[in-house]
Design a protein around this ligand. Structure first.
Ligand SMILES: O=C(O)CCC(=O)C(=O)O
Ligand SMILES: [Fe+2]
Length: 353
């Protein structure tokens, strides 16, 4: 994947960027205490960090799989008949997987988005459920997509094991809420934003949102991703900063599920994708998102004991239980209804009331 960075115009130096921590996956694998502290800090401050995957077998394998998936995404975008892809259309809230064509959603300013994507359900790709039909380009890639999901999941599980420790949870607690072998809404989503025709008005690709799941592993090469700074700022243009993509690194961000689980201690930050900065706006932008979601039947309730010394709300009285599947349904319905409000700590209670 590193080589792909050589084929794109440089990320400009005169745009506002967010200075994300770049953590070493190798050090985290070796249980490096300082690196682990930095991970926890990032999760509490803004829920975003870069993860350098170079130098460990697992990390290098993930980078190779990303290279494969970037090519797959390009092949799908460039070699497919769009009408053919519409046979596998994404139709929320009923079907949140499949193909979404350009302009099917609106960005903040009410204009149609400038991105297409193809989302593949992990359950389908790894065999938790009977396979669904996909275009031949995807069908042929099934074994690699399965490898991709498996590898991405195991990397995120390791990051979760660090959070278990910091949150004072028993080892394996967060992993047990995100098992790969049980049905969940986890997917691999390949996004493509074509360059806008010269002289046309700017149009964003992905409207401001937080990810629904527990943790996302993201690869991009071309800029355009922006994060809200600080996380509780008004979601207006002036408060968004670009993330500068780094070779050999994934971008990790926490999703909304971490908020109720951690009693609001951890952050799930608003982000969006706008026109790539500077000269980068002249080329096709591809990104690969693996938003890991909790098992469908996982409880969204605050985890007992979580962060008692860290200022998290630990009072659980009155909180009703709701499973991830129902919680996500409410989130999708809210999104389709145009409500992009952030998830509140007490959302579990709110939605059930
Ligand atoms: O394309 C990107 O860089 C980010 C995409 C994203 O936020 C998402 O798919 O949830
Ligand atoms: Fe996202």
């Amino acid at each position: 994947m590193g080589s792909n960075f050589n084929n794109v115009p440089p990320f400009p130096s005169d745009v506002p960027t967010i200075d994300l921590r770049c953590l070493s996956y190798n050090k985290l694998l070796a249980e490096d205490v300082a690196e682990s502290e930095q991970l926890f800090k990032s999760c509490k401050e803004n829920g975003f960090f870069l993860l350098n995957l170079q130098g460990s077998n697992e990390g290098d394998e993930m980078l190779e799989l990303a290279k494969f998936a970037f090519q797959l995404s390009e092949d799908l975008s460039m070699k497919s008949d769009k009408e053919e892809l519409e046979k596998y259309a994404w139709k929320p809230p009923g079907s949140i997987f499949g193909y979404k064509g350009l302009g099917k959603t609106k960005t903040e300013d009410g204009k149609p988005d400038n991105a297409e994507f193809y989302a593949m359900a992990q359950d389908d790709m790894i065999g938790n459920v009977a396979p669904s039909a996909h275009p031949p380009i995807i069908e042929q890639a099934r074994p690699k997509i399965k490898e991709y999901c498996t590898r991405a999941h195991s990397i995120l599980m390791h990051l979760m094991s660090h959070l278990d420790k910091h949150l004072g949870l028993e080892a394996g607690t967060l992993a047990s809420l995100n098992p790969i072998d049980q049905p969940s809404g986890t997917s691999l989503r390949m996004l493509h934003a074509p360059p806008l025709p010269a002289g046309s008005a700017a149009r964003g690709s992905v409207f401001g949102h937080t990810d629904f799941g527990s943790m996302t592993l993201l690869f991009n090469i071309v800029g355009g991703l922006q994060v809200l700074v600080p996380p509780d700022a008004e979601p207006i243009d002036a408060n968004y900063r670009y993330v500068k993509p780094q070779p050999g690194c994934a971008i990790i961000n926490l999703g909304d599920a971490m908020i109720p689980w951690s009693g609001g201690l951890l952050k799930s930050n608003m982000h969006r994708v706008v026109v790539p900065p500077g000269e980068q706006k002249t080329i096709d932008r591809y990104s690969l998102a693996y938003p890991m979601r909790p098992a469908a039947n996982a409880s969204m309730r605050r985890l007992a004991k979580v962060g008692a010394n860290e200022g998290a709300e630990t009072e659980m009285n009155g909180e009703k239980d709701i499973c991830a599947k129902d919680w996500e349904k409410l989130r999708v319905a809210r999104l389709v209804g145009g409500n992009l409000k952030r998830v509140a700590v007490m959302e579990v209670k709110e939605v059930e009331a």
